[in-house]
Write a protein of this length. Sequence first.
Lengths: 209, 209
Amino acid sequence: MLRPKSIPESTVRRMSLYLRSLQEAQDAGMASISSDELAERGGTTSAQVRKDLSFFGSFGKRGFGYPVRELIGAIRDILGLDHTWRVALVGAGRIGSALFGYEDFQRRGFHIRAVFDSDPAKVGQAWGGLTVRSDAEMETALREGEIEIVIIAVPAEAAQRVVDRVVRAGVRAVLNFAPARLRAPESVALRTVDMSTEMESLAFALNNS
Amino acid sequence: MLRPKSIPESTVRRMSLYLRSLQEAQDAGMASISSDELAERGGTTSAQVRKDLSFFGSFGKRGFGYPVRELIGAIRDILGLDHTWRVALVGAGRIGSALFGYEDFQRRGFHIRAVFDSDPAKVGQAWGGLTVRSDAEMETALREGEIEIVIIAVPAEAAQRVVDRVVRAGVRAVLNFAPARLRAPESVALRTVDMSTEMESLAFALNNS
C-alpha cells in the first residue's frame, strides 16, 4: 500500500469518521457501501471520499461500492489501530482524571500505562491499577515504558516545559489539553484539543446569525 | 463592520489564536505587531493573517503593523467575547465535572448556569453554587434560564437524543464531547470535540514517519 508522507491531516481525520460509519454499516449487516453513503455519514462529498481513499490505494469497484469489511481492515491498518499504543498522562487533575476514565481511548487501542503529577498530594494515589508517579521520574519512566504518546493535561503555564521534557525523552507524539500554543520539533506530532476555541467558534456563530 | 455570513470556520478558529497572541503581545508591552509576527505565533502565513482579518474590515497600515490594543478590541467584538454567554452542561460524569471546573471557560465569558443528569444518584448533588438537576426539567430550565450554549457530556448512545431535545427547547449552539456523530438542523451551530480522532491522527503520524 502506498503511504505518501504528504497526506493532508484533514484526510486522516476523515478516515477516522469513515471508519466509524463503516463499523456502523457492518453492525447493520451491510456488505458494501457507496461513496455517497460514506460522504453523507461523514459530512462531506462523494468526490472527497474517493479522493481521500485514493491516497491509500484502490478500493472497491465502480458501480459496486466499497466492500465494508475490507475497507474497515484497510483503514484500521492505515491508522495503525491494530497496534496497542502505549500512552502516558501528565497531569492528574480534573481533566487528566476524565481522560484516564475515557473508555473510548481504551476501546480504540490507546492504553494509559503511566500517570505523572508534580503535586506531592497526588503522587502515590491509586488510579485504576496504576499509581500516580512524581514528574521527577518522568523521563526515566517514559523511556523504560517505551511510551509512544503523551497526553498533557497540566495548567497552561506548565505545558511547554512538559512538552520539552517528553520530547527530550524520545516521545514523538503529544496530545495537549492545556489552553496554550505549544512548540515542538518538526519530527514530533503535536495536536492541541482547544476547548475554548470551540466555544469561541460557537459564540461567533451565535453572534453572526 | 462587515460581517459576511460566509466566513470560513478555519478563519474564525485562527481569530481565537490571533487574539491569544495579541494578548501576550500586550502583556509584553508591545503597541503594534506585524502580520509576520501574528503568523509565526499562530502557525500560519502572513498572507493568511491578512486574508483572515480582511473578512472583518481594514486594520493597521502597511509598514506600521497592526495596533495591538485596537485589534484585540475588534477581535473580541467579532467573536462576541464581551458578552457573558449563558451555558448549560448536560452530563454530570467525569468529563462533565472536568469541564465544569475548566477555568478557561469562565475566564473567556462562558458561564455554566445549569447542570443536568439523568442519574438519580447525581441529581441533587451540589456543584459549586449549583445543584445538579434532573434532565426531566431540562427543556423548561433551558428556556427559563435563556441558555445560549449547551455542552453535551453524556455517553455516545444518549447524545443524539439530548441534541434533539435542546434544539427543540430553542438552543442554537451545542458543543459535543460524546464520541458520536450528531445531527442538528442547519440553523444550529454544532461542534464536536473528538478526542479519539485526535489520538488516531497521532497514531497515523507515528505509523507513517
